[in-house]
Design a protein around this ligand. Structure first.
Ligand SMILES: [Zn+2]
Length: 185
């Protein structure tokens, strides 16, 4: 995966997408997680955070159809968050973030979510877009990305390891934040 290029001024975040208002609390959630010890260096222990902080969520790691990353379903007073255990750990972490995004933003309107492939925003509803934004920002905060770039992290792979996310998720996030990705190292 390629090197991270300079951040062109013309691609500031705000011009790429308008942040949904409902995500406004996200930064304080991440801040809380950090202050309470759920962030090791830059990597958020999202599973532990959810288990500790959201008493009505039950995480279960199960084998799902290969194209299904996760589900969130309301059953008997509990939100069951299912994660496809056959997917790589980094993807499972992203799925947890995505489903938490649904839980926090959409649980009043929908009681069952099933999620397949991410990062294809063109075909996705605004709810799915929002859940993806939530996961990306929770796991890869802009300030932390900028800090790592300043500290000399030069490749997408290196940065993805810092956050515990997939190369694909990292690349998507960097591009969203306005960083160019060079094709070769
Ligand atoms: Zn979803």
């Amino acid at each position: 995966m390629g090197a991270i290029g300079n951040k062109p001024k013309k691609f500031r975040t705000a011009e790429i997408y308008d942040e949904p208002e409902m995500l406004a609390d996200l930064d304080s959630i991440r801040k809380q997680a950090k202050e309470e010890g759920y962030v090791d260096s830059f990597k958020l222990d999202i599973e532990k955070f959810i288990k500790d902080k959201y008493q009505d969520i039950k995480i279960q790691k199960v084998a799902l159809a290969s194209e299904v990353s996760g589900k969130l379903e309301y059953k008997d007073g509990v939100w069951v968050m299912s994660v496809n255990v056959q997917h790589p750990e980094v993807r499972q972490r992203y799925t947890l973030g995505h489903e938490l995004g649904h839980y926090l933003n959409h649980r009043d309107s929908i009681k069952s979510f099933e999620d397949t492939v991410y990062f294809r925003s063109k075909q996705r509803s605004s709810m799915e877009y929002m859940a993806d934004q939530f996961a990306a920002r929770l796991l890869m905060p802009e300030n932390d990305v900028n800090e790592l770039v300043k500290s000399g992290v030069k490749t997408v792979k290196e940065m993805s390891l810092k956050f515990g996310v997939s190369l694909e998720a990292m690349k998507y996030r960097l591009e969203q934040l306005g960083y160019g990705i060079k094709k070769s190292e």
